[in-house]
Write a protein that binds this ligand. Sequence first.
Ligand SMILES: NC(=O)c1ccc[n+]([C@@H]2O[C@H](COP(=O)([O-])OP(=O)(O)OC[C@H]3O[C@@H](n4cnc5c(N)ncnc54)[C@H](OP(=O)(O)O)[C@@H]3O)[C@@H](O)[C@H]2O)c1
Length: 231
Amino acid sequence: MATVSEKKAIVLGGTSGIGLATTEMLRDTGAEVIAGSRRVCEIDGVECVQVDVQDREGLQTLFEKHAGFDFLVNAATGGPRAIGPFLEMDLDGFQNSFAKLWGYVNSVRLAAPLMSKQGAIVLYSGYPARKWRPGTLAIGSVGGSVEAFIRLAACEIKPIRINGVCPGLIDTPMSPLEGDERKAYYEKGTAHHMIPRAGTAAECAAGAMFLLQNEFTTGTIVDVDGGAIIA
Ligand SMILES: NC(=O)c1ccc[n+]([C@@H]2O[C@H](COP(=O)([O-])OP(=O)(O)OC[C@H]3O[C@@H](n4cnc5c(N)ncnc54)[C@H](OP(=O)(O)O)[C@@H]3O)[C@@H](O)[C@H]2O)c1
């Protein structure tokens, strides 16, 4: 198992929700952590940098500055997402949902040549990738592409390892709802799941920590979804 302390980790999208929980878990386990996203941010014991995952030059500069780093985690949503019936969907909205994939592709393509050969990467997909439901065609296609990308990239960037965590419905700032409306959204959205509650960002981060540490994993996806996919 890789020892996390003394490792250097870059967490993109590491300033909110699942990415923030991953940043904090890596920091608390002794890693040196750089958290990147577009906002100005301060996180105790973490170097925060402003970077857009769509800005390849910005990413290149960041990775060159930390060349030889050990872990890359990308949890950046990357842009807006289109949800709703496919036949009523604005096609630009559908296409723009793939911003998440391009942010992931940019980061892996540019980081891998500059990472430690013992390094490891984790990306976050999402349960619509394998839970076939009306209204989720765009985000499901993106998630499915992310999972295919992980498996195919694993074949090419070895010995660097790359894996994914597939979150179910997770209570994070991604949902702008508040109060009773928020509570009702998560209750209704998870009522039929095997574990009928929203997951926590920390539960997803724990999946990433497992994959970063376990040196016998690559090209695989860990579902942290409360049984959403089999429901
Ligand atoms: N929450 C869920 O229920 C759920 C379910 C399935 C999958 N997921 C996936 O899990 C991952 C994390 O989601 P979350 O719920 O933690 O989201 P979140 O709380 O909204 O956090 C998203 C993070 O991504 C950053 N980000 C967005 N666009 C960016 C860009 N262009 N460049 C750099 N950083 C960017 C944001 O910071 P800035 O805005 O400051 O850039 C923020 O730090 C995403 O891939 C999401 O699709 C989440």
